[in-house]
Design a binder for this molecule. Structure first.
Ligand SMILES: Nc1ncnc2c1ncn2[C@@H]1O[C@H](COP(=O)(O)OP(=O)(O)OP(=O)(O)O)[C@@H](O)[C@H]1O
Length: 752
């Protein structure tokens, strides 16, 4: 049976309300798996059936895959030969606007830079111009591939956030040795202008700036639309928001559909408040529509997701409810590879296939241990990004190369092998110089004399790095009998690899990732203590993506997708949530990490396994917050109709959940009343200072607090934002509607 007693159209009451929305702007808060596409397709058909001109409707989707999916569904469901509205991505709208503005003479014509190499050449030229008077070492470091990529992201983000490069630099706290980004951005802009070219980010940025500047141009694009429907609204950036505002003009009714709890693209300029207060600021008030039922998974996982996201201060106050016909979902926690391999074994034993399963990781470096474990166990797998195969990572190839050299001293005479070991981790020397030097070393087997021409022009620091590397390589054959883990540790110490990796990384997170990769490899090498050959073999294994294998993906790559079995791997403090001593966790970043976790766990349909490493690694705080035990017990009670008292962490939330599903399904109606719930104290969590939780826990205002205002009467807190000591809160008042208040100034009292 469908929730809310759905009639023959198969929609829930909540979905029907969205479809039939009458007038004004609308905000649709849809939990993961709520059937947004189904609902929005029906909404478009409803508008058409009510005589709306299809040319006055625009549907904006987040990416091309979502757009194609929507178009296909709309075409399937629409009566034959009915003209349909446009379904587009923001970039394609930007492209068309650029063409029109160019034709009307507002913008000079420009060619889009399509190939990666063109973009890379542009970034390289701009950095070289900007560091023309800097020393060779500084320029070399700035032109490193990762740092160049970080600069490219910087340029895109300046345009996505519609700020100046200096503002972005300050806002995101870039490192001092990236200060050239500010000037190099301007160089990029000049180079593009002279060459008559533009980047993908310009497809939105140029027409936006032009339209904001020229009222005449604005008048030519405004007023054509009656309805704009925007999907995945939580992940759109400032440039997209402002373009949307212009396109909608004064008349169009905007329907923003999304889930603020799934905003995971802050690094691309998205903001969780786009869906919340920012919408009000841009468009004014909107009708609010929840889509609370997920059609993806069972109660245990819906409850787990609700528990997890409750710890965010800035969130949409909405419970995710499992629809009655959903599959049962088993939620489990486990430690280490054995938990994953056992789960996969049971899955296969039940006749299920590997390609129904997905392992999700917070970042690619965490996938290395899964890959190695699956390789060892002979479980076929595939990677969402093939270049992430462990044996293809340059650092991994180099580490395998160090081990190999220990066992095969003749490799000291192989220039290609030496070039690999001199380049990873970097020695901060240009590659062609390294190539010449290793050629000489392979031939002479001697470090050159101080005055040798091959060393001319190298700075003392560079010479030191190179010489230390050569000494290590000469030493390795003498350590051939050492187990691989000890040998790797020695390599890492001898060349100060952690420091080099952090210093050479383009972003702090990349540095953390590389260091983590070292740790993982040493751990894995330790597990094969007696068999160094097997370890080297493992790292050099020429595996290919197996289409029938278990998928390994990052959580970002899993946006919008689902699998019958999902394992979230690497649930350790510092890994997920990701932080380190150099990259501490601010309250905002913790909330972003938690949204990412929320997205990860809500991808599962039938089984969810949450895996931590164990050993020295502390379990992720998210595991405790998810209260898996409570969720599974309540799920069992729902299924068995048990009426015994249960002690749970969040009796109030679970009570509300039971009452809501009881309203939706007559069979469960008794539950909210009969299942008695007691509060249980949470297991003590580590102190905030240790875990990087900041002052979050001390926040006096919580979403869901019931309040009384001297003028507006009773209400409920929907959003808490800003500084914990002086937050801005959104409150929905029963009589006065939604209001935004500075909490300490407002005449507010909390009600129990
Ligand atoms: N009212 C409903 N009753 C039963 N099943 C539904 C209902 N609405 C949607 N579904 C099912 O839920 C699944 C997801 O729906 P749909 O493809 O529309 O959503 P989506 O937009 O891809 O997902 P999401 O909500 O995660 O973005 C589909 O299998 C769809 O048939």
């Amino acid at each position: 049976m469908l929730p809310d007693g759905a009639p023959a159209d198969g929609l829930t009451a909540e979905q029907r309300a969205v479809v039939g929305h009458r007038h004004g702007h609308a905000r649709v808060a849809a939990v993961a798996g709520a059937g947004k596409t189904t609902t929005l397709v029906k909404r478009v058909l409803h508008l058409l059936a009510n005589g709306e001109n299809p040319r006055r409707i625009l549907v904006l989707m987040f990416n091309r895959a979502a757009r194609d999916d929507f178009r296909a569904k709309l075409t399937r469901e629409a009566p034959p030969s009915v003209p349909l509205p446009e379904v587009r991505t923001f970039h394609s709208i930007g492209h068309r606007l650029t063409q029109s503005l160019t034709r009307w003479g507002y913008l000079p014509p420009r060619q889009l830079l399509q190939a990666d190499w063109q973009r890379e050449r542009l970034l390289r030229q701009a950095v070289m111009q900007s560091l023309a008077s800097a020393d060779g070492e500084t320029r070399e470091a700035a032109l490193d591939a990762d740092r160049l990529e970080a600069f490219g992201q910087f340029c895109d983000l300046v345009k996505a956030e519609v700020v100046t490069p200096a503002e972005l630099f300050e806002k995101l706290g870039y490192a001092a040795d990236e200060r050239h980004f500010i000037d190099a951005f301007e160089k990029v802009e000049s180079l593009l202008e002279v060459a008559g070219q533009m980047t993908y980010a310009d497809l939105l940025h140029r027409p936006l700036r032009c339209l904001e500047e020229h009222a005449g141009a604005r008048r030519r694009v405004e007023g054509f639309l009656g309805h704009v429907i925007v999907d995945e609204y939580q992940d759109i950036n400032e440039a997209q928001l402002r373009l949307l505002k212009i396109l909608a003009g004064q008349q169009a009714q905007v329907m923003a559909v999304g889930d603020a709890n799934q905003c995971i693209y802050e690094w691309r300029g998205a903001r969780p408040d786009a869906m919340l207060s920012r919408f009000d600021g841009l468009f004014g008030s909107a009708c609010e529509y929840p889509l609370s039922y997920t059609f993806r998974h069972g109660h245990a996982l819906a409850l787990a997701a609700n528990h997890a996201i409750r710890h965010n201060r800035q969130r949409w106050d909405q419970l995710c409810l499992a629809a009655p016909g959903n599959p049962l979902t088993e939620v489990q926690t486990g430690v280490g590879a054995s938990a994953l391999l056992e789960m996969l074994q049971r899955w296969h034993a039940a006749g299920r296939h590997s390609d129904e399963a997905c392992v999700l990781v917070r970042s690619w470096s965490l996938s290395v241990s899964v890959q190695l474990q699956l390789l060892r166990a002979g479980v076929p797998f595939r990677l969402a990004q093939e270049e992430r195969f462990v044996f293809r990572l340059p650092l991994v190839q180099a580490l395998a190369g160090y081990l190999q050299l220990a066992r095969q001293p003749q490799r000291l005479q192989d220039p290609a092998h030496l070039a690999l070991l001199f380049s990873q981790p970097t020695t901060f020397v240009a590659q062609d110089r390294v190539r010449r030097l290793v050629g000489e070393l392979a031939r002479t087997q001697q470090w050159p004399a101080r005055e040798a021409s091959i060393l001319a022009g190298l700075k003392p620091g560079q010479r030191r790095h190179l010489k230390r590397r050569w000494q290590l390589l000469c030493e390795l054959p003498k350590l051939a009998s050492w187990p691989p883990a000890k040998l790797l540790e020695h390599v890492v110490d001898a060349i100060d690899a952690e420091k080099i990796l952090r210093r050479s990384a383009a972003r702090r997170e990349k540095g953390d990732d590389d260091v983590r990769l070292l740790d993982v490899l040493i751990e894995q090498a330790g597990e094969l203590a007696n068999d160094p050959e097997a370890f080297i073999e493992l790292l050099r294994n020429p595996v290919e993506n197996r289409p029938d294998g278990v998928l390994i993906s990052t959580v970002h790559g899993a946006k919008g997708l689902e699998w019958p079995l999902v394992a979230v791997w690497g649930l350790n403090e510092e890994d997920f949530p990701h932080f380190s001593r150099d990259n501490p966790l601010s309250p905002e970043r913790l909330e972003e990490e938690r949204r990412l976790y929320y997205v990860a766990i809500t991808r599962a349909r039938e089984r969810l396994l949450l895996v931590q490493d164990g050993g020295d690694h502390r379990p992720s705080r998210f595991l405790d917050e998810t209260a898996v035990e409570d969720c599974s017990r309540i799920d069992r009670a729902i299924r068995s109709g048990s009426e015994t008292g249960i002690a749970v962490r969040e009796p109030e939330m679970i009570g509300t959940y039971l009452a809501r599903i009881g309203q939706a399904c007559a069979d469960l109606e008794h539950l909210g009343r009969s299942l008695t719930l007691h509060a249980r104290q949470p297991v003590a969590s580590p102190p905030a200072a240790e875990t990087g939780a900041g002052s979050l826990g001390a926040a006096p205002w919580q979403v869901g607090d019931r309040v009384r205002h001297a003028s507006f009467g009773d209400g409920e807190v929907l959003v808490v934002e800003g500084n914990a000591a002086n937050p801005v809160i959104d409150v929905r008042f029963a009589s006065a509607g939604r209001r935004r208040l500075i909490a300490v100034r407002a005449p507010l009292t909390k009600r129990s």
